[in-house]
Design a protein around this ligand. Sequence first.
Ligand code: T4K
Length: 399
Amino acid sequence: MRKTIQDLAIAGAQPAFGSPLHVGRPNIGNRDRLMERINDMLDRRWLSNAGVYVTELEQRLADMLGVEHCIAMCNGTVALEIVIRALELEGEVIVPSLTFVATAHALQWQQIKPVFCDIDPESCTIDSARIEELITPRTTGIIGVHLWGRPCDTDALQKIAKTHNLSLLYDAAHALGVTSSGKMIGGFGDAEVFSFHATKFINSFEGGAVTTNDPELASRIRLMKNFGFSGYDNVVYIGTNGKMPEVSAAMGLTSLESMDEFIAINYRNYLAYKEGVKDIPGIRLLPYSQEEQTNYQYIVLILDEEVAGIRRDKLVEVLQKENIIARRYFYPGCHRMEPYRSQQPQAGLVLPQTEKIVTQTIVLPTGTDIDLETISEIVDILQCAIGHAKELNSIIDIQ
Ligand code: T4K
């Protein structure tokens, strides 16, 4: 147990960890099974373009999520871009600013203006009560983001979209295996988009998927992700290359087979962090709902700097000096990133909750690479830093 600030790396002690502990360290799953699939794929010499593993992954995901159509993609960002185009969105689309920048970029890439909406501070998802005031004659859709695996208010969003005749898309990059009102994320809105990037708890190296119950939309997306080809030499639609390669599907399938184990480890880690930080003043763990199924893949601390006596960025610095590469996701909010900062300099005025929370969050490492001993070490560092916040502030200020 650390007793004084001299026990912290920021004050000169040895870092707690010899090598960096990253947020987003990939889960690997059954390596032998993966190698078997890769060997099989090489033997068959079928590496991309609707191969057997991609088709199997799509089917397994559709069954698991209870949706009619699942289209695997090369990554979540291209998946978003393709669905946005397939839904014929244009003009303005309402999105939360508190998200990974890919959500906003997928719109801007196609000359659609992302109109940033504030969040509900409890769920950290788009605040449905703030959407209608942002609707203009140019608005064509809404994108909800199930941030950190916390589902959006899907009922409220559906009502607003219906009333105003808007498309409704969900960025479900963080929400595989999550339910909203008992129903699996994947079947809400017009379509939902998943990411299987290496840092996601289920990964396919790079990868993503679109799910929908709309057969026409699904077939448009299938055409668009394959240059618009409908059979040899017959192009019937504008398209791009959004295909997932077989090697990614092999990893995705292998990863899916370990999904229960990954979630159990994430849950164990979540409980350990929760118990560990419960008596540290000024820190709370963003809770996961006990009523819904979830994946527990993000450990999000919210710091009240008045109570803790230390600023978030300083606490992150303390952790990073110990080789705990804590992240400030999703600082500073899309509206403060380019090109949005220059194009919409006033956007922050309607985003008070977003502006507040981006200065408060710290995302900590979890997943199969993190054990309970590591968590108790991280908690001990947090406890020591906040317990000695005053001294620590002066030390850091002098440096
Ligand atoms: N929508 C949302 C809400 C998203 O969060 C994302 C992606 C998307 C859409 C787009 O989906 P994709 O197009 O990516 O499929 C990371 C990921 O790159 C990104 O996929 C993810 N969200 C975002 C939340 O996190 P960065 O810039 O923080 O990545 P990076 O490279 O710093 O990786 C995080 C940490 O993970 C590193 O410190 C090291 C560790 N790491 C990473 C990789 C790739 C490893 O240990 N091994 C690895 O192989 O964005």
